[in-house]
Write a protein of this length. Sequence first.
Length: 91
Amino acid sequence: MIKYLNLSLFILFPIAWFAPMAHAGIKMWFFDLEELSVISSLGSLWESDIFLAILVAFFALVAPTLKVTLLAAIHLGWLGGNMLGALSILG
């Protein structure tokens, strides 16, 4: 059961990245967008601070996806339980 819930995150993560996190009737001064999503915020950050955009992209997109991938590989028996240390580092 847990294995399938973990695998469902591969579908739910991209939906969450593009879904609006906040909505305002006016443009927000700090992002100059009416709706904020992870992807739109990264695009706005990319225009102002590339290093920060890369850092946020790693912690918001890459690290969670890598963690779910490692956990799925352990659940499916492709990797041994000795990879749990790598999961705790990503956590």
